[in-house]
Write a protein that binds this ligand. Structure first.
Ligand code: MIC
Ligand code: SF4
Length: 653
């Protein structure tokens, strides 16, 4: 039986454990990335480990999320990250240079390598044939300090592609189709690996789009083979030396498979408010739109923006529509400036904004009340745009551009010809050029030499630390939540709150704000009360979405001791354990309805029970004990016993 490509790369990086699905393994991490909104916390944690110089081949700190500097806070965070980067051998990418995943693809990612990033869309680089995994900031800090990452080996889901895409159908429609089939939890515990004859027809950045939104499946990561298109892309970036052809063995066996015929796909859209709520654009019909946004780490590549420019050239954005373009990198923006496409976009009435995440994370460009917004982004969770009642549809750049002209959701495949638009093949230039003006290399620091100082503004507060688990753990149920709760629900993020990513006490007041406005006050009162802390009950896929560990650190700060759910999303589950909060899964999902808000729960003999496969929790209101599945591996048990990962590392040291 041959190996999948995922297995080959993971086996080549294995430090500890036996590679088989479900087994705890430790892998070597070659590269790391952080971005600023998770980076401040990651670097505070890195400093707490006193790491010296990073142990990876390449670690990069990007600033792309919190670039609206409406007060001193964001700029202070940037300065902090820059100062830490210089201390530990980390490359610093200044704000304005581009979106972390797009830049990492252009400048650092390489086939066969491993990458760990403190952002859930780190798998974008899987388009290059590398294993690129999103994680919480603490896991990335440990990877920088020790060059390793503990994980559970996932299953490998093979997606066979055949045929080729028709005009007006693009990579975005491929991943939307996969999301429609598998849903937002269909990838949990799996690596999605693409193979088959259709792969060769997809450009490297098409593959990156598909890998990027694999995060929305809940997958650990996505990987594509590395082939001639990979070589062409690396050569465009002046990095042909990094090319390495890679593919699964001919006789590779996948744990599960799925087949997608590219030639029959139609333009698709994910309707409000979930990336898997997918339907054909034509079936949704010509709804009136107010905004169209093209960009984000999913669809801001050169070819994406050139497609938009080609469609818009010589035409005008509809009077009722605001068209917003955020290029993926300064290099891409310069290329558009050089070849005239930028002028075509501006002449059509597009609003060109900074090369950053921007509207994708509600950092500006929030649409009007009740607006319909088309976005080439990857998440359309309610309220994420900054406008709570906006209706966000996720679409391809082609659909976003043509709809911006017509003012209604438009299927270019059926309407393009009537509008007189034919889409030419967009060829990327043979050579991009490297914009080094945004890159700051760290100084070489000899051993024994003093590290440069850290720059910490007044908004940067210490992060909360868990404490060792007690024998009897008591907690009041402070929230019963439904299925698919996102980390945006747990710890909202928009232009108002992002400046406080380094200030947990301040963020705490907004925890679960959109689900239950009284949550924070209730949690604080419970923490001060006789039970000393609270617990949250969740449905399926609790904690999907962003990698922000704030969704664990803020509940920790608010006294949450354990979380009970029908199932957890991968990164959030790890962030809870890293923080010392115990995640447990209902053994009988029907028990979910038997525990109410306000109930006092008790885990007796918690230190002993943590070693069992089932943990019994007594509801003192009903007197009934319920069974919960304890899926912690040995390292995770140690973390919970110690009160979190940093405590465990310190104890071991
Ligand atoms: C997101 O797309 O939700 C973010 C903002 O990039 C997050 C990271 C964060 O919350 O800072 C992610 O995807 O991990
Ligand atoms: Fe930035 Fe949006 Fe990508 Fe997150 S999903 S990294 S906010 S562009």
């Amino acid at each position: 039986m041959g190996d999948t490509l995922a297995a080959k790369i993971l086996k080549a990086h294995l430090i500890e454990g036996h590679y088989a699905p479900g087994e705890a393994i430790t892998i070597r991490i070659d590269q790391t990335l952080t971005q600023d909104s998770t980076g401040t916390m990651a670097y505070l944690q890195l400093e707490a480990m006193e790491p010296g110089q990073v142990k990876t081949e390449c670690s990069v700190a990007y600033v792309d999320h919190n670039t609206l500097q409406t007060g001193f806070e964001n700029a202070d965070d940037h300065a902090f990250i820059k100062s830490v980067a210089a201390r530990h051998g980390i490359i610093f990418q200044k704000p304005g240079g581009g979106i972390c995943h797009q830049l990492h693809l252009e400048q650092y990612g390489a086939p066969g390598k491993t990458l760990l990033g403190s952002d859930s869309h780190t798998p974008t680089c899987g388009g290059l044939g590398m294993i690129a995994i999103g994680a919480g900031g603490l896991d990335v800090a440990v990877a920088m300090a020790q060059g390793r990452y503990d994980m559970t080996a996932p299953k490998v889901l093979g997606v066979e592609l055949c045929g080729t895409l028709r005009p007006w159908v693009s990579a975005k429609d491929v991943i939307l189709k996969v999301l429609q089939k598998l849903t937002v939890k269909g990838g949990v515990g799996k690596i999605v690996e693409y193979y088959g004859p259709g792969v060769a027809s997809l450009s490297l950045t098409d593959r990156a789009t598909i890998a990027n939104m694999g995060a929305e499946l809940g997958a650990t990561t996505t990987v594509f083979p590395s082939d001639e298109n990979t070589r062409i892309y690396l050569a465009q970036q002046g990095r042909e030396g990094d090319y390495l052809p890679l593919a699964a063995d001919e006789n590779a066996v996948y744990d599960e498979t799925l087949r997608v015929d590219l030639s029959v796909l139609e333009p698709l859209a994910a309707k409000p408010h979930s990336p898997d709520n997918v339907e054909q654009v034509q079936a949704i019909g010509p709804i009136k739109i107010d905004q169209s946004c093209i960009g984000s780490c999913t669809n801001s590549a050169y070819t994406d923006l050139m497609k938009a420019a080609t469609i818009l050239k010589g035409r005008r954005v509809h009077p009722d529509v605001s068209l917003v373009i955020s290029p993926g990198s300064a290099t891409i923006l310069s290329l558009l400036a050089e070849n005239g496409a930028l002028k075509d976009l501006i002449d059509a009435g597009a609003r060109i904004i900074e090369c950053a995440c921007g509207p994708c994370i509600g950092m500006g460009q929030s649409p009007k009340s009740g607006a319909v917004s088309l976005r080439t982004f990857n998440r359309n969770f309610k309220g994420r745009s900054g406008t709570n009642d906006a209706e966000v549809y996720l679409v391809s750049p082609e659909t976003a551009a043509v709809s911006a002209i017509t003012g209604i959701l438009t299927d270019g495949q059926t309407e393009g010809a009537a509008l007189g638009i034919t889409l030419p093949e967009i060829a990327a230039p043979e050579r991009f050029y490297l914009n080094e003006s945004f890159r700051i290399l760290p100084p070489v620091i000899e051993s024994g030499e003093a590290l440069p100082p850290m720059e910490m503004g007044p908004n940067i507060k210490p992060f909360p630390r868990g404490h060792a688990i007690e024998d009897n753990v008591t907690a009041e149920v402070i929230l019963v939540a439904g299925d698919n709760i996102t980390t945006d629900d747990i710890m909202p993020s928009d232009s108002r709150l992002l400046p406080y990513r380094s200030n947990i006490p301040r963020l705490a007041d907004y925890c679960f704000e959109k689900v239950d406005a009284d949550f924070a006050a209730r949690a604080k009162a419970t923490q001060a009360g006789p039970l000393g802390g609270g617990t949250i009950i969740g449905g399926d896929n609790y904690g999907q979405g962003s990698s922000r560990e704030h969704a664990a650190l803020v509940p920790l700060y608010l006294g949450v001791r354990f979380v009970l759910a029908k199932s957890f999303a991968r990164i959030h589950r790890a962030n809870l354990i890293n923080s010392g909060i115990l995640p447990l899964v209902f053994d009988d999902p029907a028990d979910y309805t038997k525990i109410n808000q306000g109930d006092a729960l008790l885990i007796e003999d918690a230190k002993k029970q943590i070693r069992n496969e089932l943990i019994m929790i007594k509801d003192t209101r009903t007197g009934v004990s319920h069974a919960f599945i304890n899926s912690l591996n040995e390292i995770e048990k140690k973390m919970i016993l110690a009160g979190g990962k940093i405590n465990m590392i310190r104890q071991e040291a």
